[in-house]
Structures are given as C-alpha cells and as structure tokens.
Design a protein around this ligand. Structure first.
Ligand code: IPE
Ligand code: IPE
Ligand code: MG
Length: 260
C-alpha cells in the first residue's frame, strides 16, 4: 500500500496548485435568513455551489477535494432540518453521480455511516462503486464525520490489528486506519461563513494545512471567492517547522542544480 508523506515525519513538497483542498461549507442558514427564507433554502442553494466548486477544482487540476457536509454534532439540530439534510443528500447523490462518473470523478464518503438509513447507505455504496475506477478528481464527502471519531476508530482498528505492539505504536501504525488514508494531507483548508474554528473536521490531517477563512457565505462562494483562497495559499511560506532562511537556501540550491 502506498502512503503519503506525513508533514510531521518528513517534509512534503508544496506545489503552486494545492493537491488537496478541504472545505467547511458554512453559512447556508444565514444566507437564507438574510433573504427571509427558511434555512433549508440555503442548503438547497449550497448544493449548487458544490457543483460549481467541483468544476473550479477540475479546471485548476486539484487532485483531491474534501467537503464537510454533515458533522457528528449536526444531529443536535432540529429534527426537521436534519431530515431535510438527509433527503437532500440522498437526492444530490442520485442526481449527480452519473455526471460525476462521466467526468471521471471518484466519489468517496467518509464518516460513520451506521446512523444513516439503509436506503441512504445503499445509495452511497452504489455511488462509490460506480466511480471507484475513475482516475480524475477524488471528491470526498464527509458526512456524520468527526475528527475525534476518526482518530478513535483508527486507534481501535490499529490496536486490534497489532495488539502485540501496544505501547510502541507510531504514526505509521495509525495512519493507514484513518478515514482519509487514501489521500495526502490537505494543503489548503477553506471555511466560509466567517467562523474561525475547525468544528471537529479533519483534526489529525490538518496538522500543517494552510488555513483560510472567509466571511463569504457558502451559497455565495463563487469562482472569484475561490481564486482569492487559492491566491492566498500561493502567498504562504510553508516552513513545516524550518526557518525562512533554510527555505531560501534550498531554493538557491535547486536553481544551481538546474543550471549544472
Ligand atoms: C452549513 O451551513 C451546512 C451544514 C452544517 C449542514 P449552516 O446550516 O451551518 O449555516 P449557518 O452557519 O447556520 O449560517
Ligand atoms: C460545520 O458547520 C459543519 C459543516 C459545515 C458540515 P457548523 O455550522 O455545524 O459548525 P459550528 O456549529 O458553527 O461550529
Ligand atoms: Mg453553521
């Protein structure tokens, strides 16, 4: 099995275009309330933004896009909003999967599925299976996902697989069991809607991710807003613990090597 560079074990290469973007799509409710509409109108509109964002990412040649659709804490919302979100999710899967497949996109759901009803689980499985051989953008949807849940389920699996190593576990033992073991750690994290928090999203995987927060509400997150996020990322200096001087020495070395 091929594993990706852990930012704490080695220094990952940073490219102009982020390889993996992870997004907290927040602000649907406020978008709707501003228009005197019910919150669910904002969620409906938010699905359109997802469709557009997938296009921007494909055009930019981003390899992995991960979207937080429903957190393990979102069950605390009013029952009618939760059931609307579940049916919207089901509808969106049914409606969009053929188009995703045509576009060579691989769809993967991360999160604890056990709380979803059988029909939704079957739809998720069918969508994943249909797109499983695709080689384009890997689109991951986090639903009933929580960063703490992810770490704990991985610890439990690791412990079952290698009980004799108890007390000696390291990162390499754990990471194959994390929900996103198939993807590199995110380069860029975007949260719309103005809040500056992680809300139990990818806790382990975001260790060295560049964080970008915008007040733009999710339904308003358009190409221009996306470009701003990417250009902010491109201006960052990703040091991974090193000094600025070390980075500039390294780039001089690289240039000298290229001229040899
Ligand atoms: C994000 O929008 C969508 C989900 C959490 C499902 P919100 O519904 O959180 O919108 P606000 O934050 O209330 O505006
Ligand atoms: C985070 O948004 C979860 C999703 C976007 C799915 P929330 O709106 O639920 O986050 P909090 O409650 O404001 O932290
Ligand atoms: Mg919110």
């Amino acid at each position: 099995m091929a594993f990706f560079t852990s930012a704490t074990q080695a220094i990952p290469t940073s490219l102009e275009v982020p390889k993996h973007i992870a997004v907290i799509m927040d602000g649907n409710g406020r978008w709707a309330r501003k228009r005197f509409l019910p919150r669910i109108a904002g969620h409906k509109r938010g699905v359109e933004t997802v469709r557009d964002l997938v296009k921007y990412c494909v055009n930019l040649k981003v390899e992995y896009l991960t979207l937080f659709a429903f957190s393990s804490e979102n069950w605390r919302r009013p029952a009618d909003e939760v059931s609307f979100l579940m049916s919207l999710f089901m509808q969106a899967l049914k409606r969009e999967v053929a188009k995703l497949h045509q576009n060579n996109i691989k769809l993967i759901m991360i999160g604890d599925r056990s709380r979803f009803d059988a029909e939704l689980i079957a739809q998720i499985e069918a969508s994943e299976l249909l797109t499983s051989k695709n080689t384009g953008l890997v689109l991951s949807i986090a639903a009933n996902y929580g960063g703490r849940w992810d770490i704990l389920q991985a610890v439990n699996k690791m412990q079952l697989a290698a009980p004799h190593l108890a007390g000696l576990y390291n990162e390499d033992h754990l990471t194959p069991y994390l929900a996103m073991s198939y993807a590199p750690e995110p380069d860029l994290f975007i949260r719309t809607g103005g809040e500056k928090r992680i809300s139990n999203f990818l806790l382990w995987q975001l260790a060295y991710t560049e964080l970008y927060f915008t007040d733009t509400l999710w339904p308003d997150f358009n190409q221009e807003a996306f470009n701003l996020a990417v250009s902010s990322y491109q201006k960052r200096e990703r040091r991974f613990g090193r000094t600025s001087e070390q980075l500039s020495e390294q780039s001089t070395d690289a240039k000298t090597d290229a001229n040899k």
